[in-house]
Design a protein around this ligand. Structure first.
Ligand code: NAD
Ligand code: WQD
Length: 336
C-alpha cells in the first residue's frame, strides 16, 4: 500500500514506519518536527535497509498538505501527528485545539478532496475519563478531564460524524493504553523534550543518571501496593496493531473505536522493581502527593482488537523494560 504517516518521526510513528517498511509498504512521512527530529530517519534506514520519504510540513498547512496529496499516490493515512502533553495542554489549550483538532480537520478535508478515505487515528485511553471501571470496553461512555483528552474525544466525534455522512470512509480510532519500550535494536525509542511527563522515560532517566530521583505520585490508591496501575504496552506491539488495523480497514463499517492494550495492569512500584532488576541500577524514589487528574487503575479489555483485527499484544513487561533500558543506555541523550 502507499501510505502517508503523519507524525511519523515521533515515538510511536517511527516504530510503525519500521514495521510498515519491513512489510514492503511505500511510506511517506509528514511531520513538522515539533516533537521529533530527522535524526530518526537514518536509524529507520539502519534497521530496515529502506528509507521512507520525509516531508517537513504542518498538518494545519492546507497548501502544504494539498501538495503532499498531489505529489504522492496515497491509499491510506495513519494519523499520529499531534501534541500530547497533558499538563502542557492545561497551560496552552488553544495550541492543542488548533494543532490537534483543526489540524485533523484540515487533513481530513484534503484527504476528501483527493478521494483518500481510509484513515487510522491515534486516539487514547484518556477518552474513557475517570468514571469507568477497568477493564475498559469500547462501548463505555467517554469523557475528558483536560484539553489534551478533549482534543482526542472531539476528533473521535468528528470521525464518527464523517463516517456517518459518507459510507466511503473507513476509519479506525485506536485507543492506546500506555505505550513503552523501544525497538529491540536500541536504535529508536522515546526521546522526550525536557523533563519527561510519563513514568517510563522518567524512570529510565533516573536509571541512567540524568535525573536524581523519581517522585511516585501517591501510594494510597486502592491497588495492589497503593500506587497507580496502568496497562503498559510495548510500542512494537502497538505498531503491529496499526498494521493489522490498516489490513482490516475494509472490514470496518464506518468508524470503529478499538482498544490497543494488553489487558493487564502493572503498578508504579512493580515497574520500578522490574527496572531495577533489568538495569541492575538503583532507582531512588520518593512518595509524593497524588497527581491531579490521575485515577487508581486503568487497563483495557483487549477483546475487540483480537476479534476484529486478529491482533493481540505479544510482548511482556520484562521485554518492555529490557528494550526501554537498551534504548536509554545506548542513547543516554536521546538522538543527540
Ligand atoms: P510524539 O510527540 O513522539 O509524536 C507525534 C509527532 O507528531 C511528533 O513527531 C511531532 O513533531 C508531530 N507533530 C505534532 N504536531 C504536528 C503538526 N501540526 N503537523 C505535523 N506534525 C506534527 O508522540 P507519540 O507518543 O508518538 O504519539 C503519537 C500519537 O499518539 C499522538 O497523537 C498522541 O496523542 C497519541 N497517543 C500517544 C500516547 C503516548 O503515551 N505516547 C498515548 C495515547 C495516544
Ligand atoms: C503512569 C503512572 C502516575 C510519572 C498519560 C496520559 C494519557 C496517555 C498516556 C496520551 C501513573 C505514575 C508518573 C511520575 C509517577 N497519553 N507516575 N511518577 O497518566 O497513565 O497516561 O500517558 O494519550 O492520556 O494521561 O501515564 O506515564 O504519566 O503515568 O508516579 O513521574 O505513573 O501517577 O500512576 P498516564 P504516566
Amino acid at each position: 500500500m502507499n501510505l502517508l504517516i503523519t507524525g511519523g518521526t515521533g515515538y510511536i510513528g517511527s516504530h510503525t514506519v519500521v514495521e510498515l517498511l519491513k512489510l514492503g509498504h511505500d511510506v511517506a512521512i509528514v511531520d513538522n518536527l515539533a516533537n521529533s527530529s530527522t535524526q530518526v530517519l537514518p536509524r529507520i534506514e539502519q534497521i530496515t535497509g529502506l528509507s521512507p520519504r520525509f516531508i517537513e510540513a504542518d498538518i494545519c498547512d492546507r497548501a502544504a498538505m494539498d501538495k503532499v496529496f498531489s505529489e504522492n499516490a496515497i491509499d491510506a493515512v495513519i494519523h499520529f501527528a499531534g501534541l500530547k502533553a497533558v499538563g502542557e495542554s492545561n497551560d496552552i489549550p488553544l495550541s492543542y485545539y488548533h494543532n490537534n483538532v483543526s489540524g485533523t480537520v484540515t487533513l481530513l478535508e484534503v484527504m476528501a478532496e483527493h478521494k483518500v478515505k481510509n484513515i487510522v487515528f491515534s486516539s487514547s485511553a484518556t477518552v474513557y475519563g475517570e468514571n469507568n471501571q477497568s477493564p475498559l470496553v469500547e462501548t463505555m461512555p467517554t469523557s475528558a478531564t483536560n484539553p489534551y483528552g478533549q482534543t482526542k474525544l472531539m476528533i473521535e466525534h468528528i470521525l464518527f460524524d464523517l463516517a456517518k455522512s459518507d459510507p466511503e470512509w473507513s476509519i479506525a480510532c485506536l485507543r492506546y493504553f500506555n505505550p513503552i519500550g523501544a525497538h529491540e535494536s536500541g536504535l529508536i525509542g522515546e526521546n522526550p523534550n525536557g523533563i519527561p511527563n510519563n513514568l517510563l522515560p522518567y524512570v529510565a532517566q533516573v536509571a541512567v543518571g540524568r535525573l536524581a530521583q523519581l517522585q511516585i505520585f501517591g501510594d494510597d490508591y486502592d491497588t495492589i501496593d497503593g500506587t497507580g496501575v496502568r496497562d503498559y504496552i510495548h510500542v512494537v506491539d502497538l505498531a503491529l496493531g496499526h498494521v493489522k488495523a490498516l489490513e482490516s480497514l475494509d472490514k470496518i463499517d464506518g468508524c470503529q473505536a478499538i482498544n490497543l492494550g494488553t489487558g493487564n495492569g502493572t503498578s508504579v512500584l512493580q515497574i520500578v522493581e522490574q527496572f531495577k532488576q533489568t538495569a541492575e541500577r538503583d532507582i531512588p524514589y520518593q512518595i509524593a502527593p497524588r497527581r491531579a487528574g490521575d485515577i487508581a487503575t486503568v487497563f483495557a479489555n483487549a477483546e475487540l482488537a483480537n476479534n476484529l483485527l486478529g491482533w493481540q499484544a505479544e510482548r511482556g513487561l520484562v521485554e518492555m523494560i529490557t528494550d526501554t533500558w537498551r534504548w536509554q543506555s545506548q542513547n543516554p541523550n536521546g538522538f543527540e
